[in-house]
Ligand binder design. Structure first.
Ligand SMILES: NC(=O)c1ccc[n+]([C@@H]2O[C@H](COP(=O)([O-])OP(=O)(O)OC[C@H]3O[C@@H](n4cnc5c(N)ncnc54)[C@H](OP(=O)(O)O)[C@@H]3O)[C@@H](O)[C@H]2O)c1
Length: 419
């Protein structure tokens, strides 16, 4: 039963997240769903027809609606909706990480100019309250690192490969059947989704506005059983880890890379569709948050939390943004000179020696598969990674303590076991 003073909310989208929000709002007597805007007139719905509209303007121009939830799967249309709501000084909650991360400066400026509010906790790690933690709790304390498993679909696939020995295609099909991965999984397994999320994290944790090409990014789509077995022989697991880390010279290093993690890391224990985020703060030290990173009700819960916070007057302050004397946002310097130790396997081993390795140990198994442990400067990897990825190479970061010798020995052990 809704209270007489219930606020009216307009919802855009009635898919996985929109339906999740609708369900959790049944527990909230202070919010009444006005209408839901969707696209497909032919689709069978679980609610009466008159709940829906197909015209976004019916919601955006309805003066009785005081706030919106934008939960559609079309980033271009989502941007139009969020822009129009903010230009009208209204409150809108969104889950669209791609749209927000690609347009953040404009969306912040619109809030400053027209006084509206945009919150988007659900866009990063589903039910884990990471943005609110960064904003409200670590708004003043310097952070040294935020890193984690931010994409549930990739983590589900990696877990199944590792724990159950499924093939990549089997694990992907299972993730799609369970609704953890899209029909086109490129955004997830290619690391783009994690990139959008770490970009938003970098804005709130470090005041950095990032362009996608500034982030070192590789996905998990070329991983094979050979790589999984190698990780196990070394006592670790591959996980797709996104990180933003301040180096000693105060520059920010950004990446989304498959990474070998060991039992001494909290990330080792993040399994299936779960997400986990590790924070390192200057004075508070280390913290770890783990929870459901996607799914209908967990994401709906995060949208609900934002809606409730916005109704209570909460806004993001972007406390780490700094401005020059002409009020332009200052750029955070990015790290490009540091060296990363990587494991790489490719079906085109003839390419490998041509790259600018600082150190290199190659140990291919046959003429068609080249493997190596090497170190390369970040800026060289940024340059060469796109062409390496076209050769179906699998690349992963190794922790500094893992030696080339250990990897070669583990590889021999795997070969002996197969033989
Ligand atoms: N799924 C998750 O676990 C999750 C987690 C975090 C964030 N997100 C984000 O949340 C958003 C929604 O994801 P989802 O998984 O709920 O997507 P989904 O299940 O594919 O549902 C998308 C909804 O958007 C509607 N829609 C698409 N284009 C539209 C347009 N131009 N105008 C009006 N409605 C339109 C669709 O309408 P029809 O019903 O008519 O097709 C559908 O109801 C995305 O930005 C996604 O990245 C999702």
């Amino acid at each position: 039963m809704k209270s007489k003073s219930a606020k009216r909310i307009g919802i855009f989208g009635f898919g996985c997240v929109g339906q999740g929000l609708h369900d959790v709002l049944q527990d909230n007597p202070h919010l009444e769903v006005a209408r839901i805007c969707v696209r497909d007139r032919e689709k069978l719905r679980t609610l009466p027809n008159d709940t829906f509209t197909y015209d976004p303007q019916e919601l955006l121009q309805d003066e009785s609606i005081s706030l919106f939830a934008e939960l559609i799967s079309d980033p271009k249309e989502a941007l139009q909706i969020v822009r129009q709501a903010l230009e009208a000084g209204k409150t809108i909650v969104s889950a669209n990480k791609k749209m927000i991360s690609e347009n953040l400066p404009e969306l912040v400026a619109l809030q400053q100019e027209f006084g509206g509010t945009l919150l988007y906790e659900a866009a990063v790690c589903g039910s884990i309250p990471i943005l609110r933690t960064l904003e409200a709790y670590y708004g003043t304390e310097p952070l040294q690192e935020v890193s984690g498993i931010l994409n549930g679909s990739s983590n589900y696939i990696l877990t199944k490969l590792d724990a159950e020995g499924l093939s990549y295609d089997e694990a992907l099909a299972q993730a799609q059947a369970l609704g953890f991965a899209e029909a086109d999984p490129t955004l997830d397994v290619g690391g783009y989704d994690a990139l959008h999320k770490i970009s938003l994290v970098a804005a709130h944790a470090f005041g950095a506005v990032i362009k996608p090409e500034q982030v070192l990014r590789a996905g998990i789509q070329h991983i094979t059983k050979r790589d999984i077995n190698l990780a196990q022989a070394l006592g670790g697991r591959f996980r797709l880890v996104a990180s933003a880390k301040v180096n000693k010279n105060n520059k920010l290093a950004l990446q989304v890379l498959p990474t070998l993690v060991f039992p001494d890391s909290d990330l080792y224990y993040v399994e299936a569709e779960f997400n986990g985020v590790h924070l390192q703060a200057k004075y508070a030290g280390d913290q770890f948050l783990k929870g459901r990173g996607a799914g209908s009700h967990p994401t709906g819960s995060a949208v609900w939390a934002d809606v409730s916070a916005a109704l209570a007057g909460y806004k993001y302050n972007y406390p780490k943004f700094t401005y020059d004397c002409e009020e332009r946002l200052k750029q955070v310097p990015l790290e490009e000179e540091d060296e990363l130790k990587v494991y790489l396997r490719t079906a085109m081993p003839e390419l490998l020696p041509q790259l600018p390795w600082r150190e290199l140990t190659s140990f291919g198994v046959d003429a068609n598969v080249g493997q190596l442990v090497g170190t390369m400067r970040r800026k060289d990897l940024l340059l060469y990674l796109p062409s390496l990825k076209q050769t179906t190479a699998f690349i992963a970061q190794l922790p500094a303590h893992v030696t080339a010798e250990q990897v070669v020995n583990a590889s021999c052990q795997v070969l002996e076991e197969v033989a």
